[in-house]
Design a protein around this ligand. Structure first.
Ligand code: SAH
Length: 315
């Protein structure tokens, strides 16, 4: 039996254009729609540029009628609030994050440099050397060492002390530990060999008064990890940390939020535009199928990982 599933998204390549796109997942799409989808693959359908959202929706529904069930009705709208509703009230406390580290439930950690950072690195650097990178919610991302080895400097923020200590230990670095007078209860861990400073505190206690502004930000597992209700507050903080030449690489995930409660949470492109579009230029750099057995086990039927490059509007 054919099993075609379609979701509609809108992408904003620039603040002025909205181009509908649909995702098709399944075995085989109808032939007369001239698209063959191999079993268990996931492809992007890009409807012609001049199609309206409604035309795209009709097209998607027609694909859908050829088999399988679909979550299309709730997704066919551009109504962002309804898209976000399934996860809107989800909260992970700082204590729950710390427990995850204590119990070693850190499936998000990758032992290699993140592909989306590597692939888009030239665009982040834009020819610059010795860039100051900010890592909100840094965990023990090995990307921090990779950057420092290339002569960049890194400031990270992370609530889990264990994560920070593991970062230094696993990368064979020694560190010194200091209090941060401006943030009660916080500590900063500084590498003795590399230009890496990791602040152990709640991200929302961090500000540009601590370390100034940054030339680049790598946001992976951060906007998608904070509680959905805090996104506006988070965006305001990130914008305040951007130097005028800042290049902010933002990694987000698209999936059906009715199937998994998160984190990581679902962040549609529309919301990226809403959060940053007024103050920043936003460019969609890359969108890939990121489905693995891990997400299949969460109950997801597809997962798309997207990176946007965000930079302050010049004026
Ligand atoms: N960016 C890292 C970690 C992602 S998981 C990576 O890609 O591997 C999110 C991390 O944020 C966890 O390590 C968690 O402990 C931390 N965290 C969550 N909320 C936080 C907050 N409000 N302030 C500081 N750290 C937080």
């Amino acid at each position: 039996m054919m099993n075609v599933r379609v979701s509609i998204f809108h992408i904003h390549n620039s603040p002025h254009t909205t181009r509908p796109r649909a995702v098709v997942i399944g075995s085989e799409a109808p032939r007369r729609l001239r698209r063959t989808v191999k079993k268990n693959t996931h492809i992007w359908m890009r409807p012609p540029r001049n199609w309206s959202a409604l035309e795209t929706l009709n097209y998607a529904q027609e694909l859908n009628r050829h088999g399988g069930t679909s979550h299309l009705p709730s997704w066919g709208q551009t109504n962002i609030t309804s898209m976000l509703a399934p996860q809107a009230d989800r909260v992970m406390t700082l204590g729950e994050w710390e427990d995850r580290w204590q119990e070693n439930r850190i499936g998000f950690h990758q032992s290699h440099v993140h592909k989306m950072l590597e692939n888009n690195f030239d665009k982040v650097l834009a020819g610059r050397t010795g860039v100051r990178f900010f890592f909100p919610l840094c965990g023990k991302a090995v990307d921090m060492k990779w950057l420092a080895d290339m002569g960049h400097s890194v400031v990270g923020v992370e609530i889990s002390e264990k994560a920070i200590q593991q970062f230094f230990e696993e990368n064979n670095m020694t560190y010194i530990e200091e209090p941060v007078p401006a943030i009660p209860g916080a500590k900063v861990y500084k590498s003795s060999e590399k230009n890496i400073s990791l602040y152990q505190c709640d991200l929302y206690n961090f500000s540009s008064s601590i370390e100034g502004q940054f030339g680049a930000i790598w946001d992976r597992g951060s906007l998608v990890a904070i509680n959905p209700k805090d996104r506006e507050k988070y965006a305001a903080l990130i914008i305040s940390l951007m130097a005028s030449d800042c290049r902010y690489l933002l990694d987000t995930l698209l999936y059906n939020p009715e199937l998994y409660k998160g984190p990581p949470f679902f962040v549609p492109d529309e919301q990226v535009t809403r959060l940053f579009g007024e103050r920043c230029d936003i460019e969609l750099l890359q969108s890939v199928d990121a489905m693995t057995d891990r997400q299949r086990a969460w109950g997801l039927d597809y997962l798309t990982e997207t990176v946007h490059l965000i930079s302050p509007k010049s004026n």
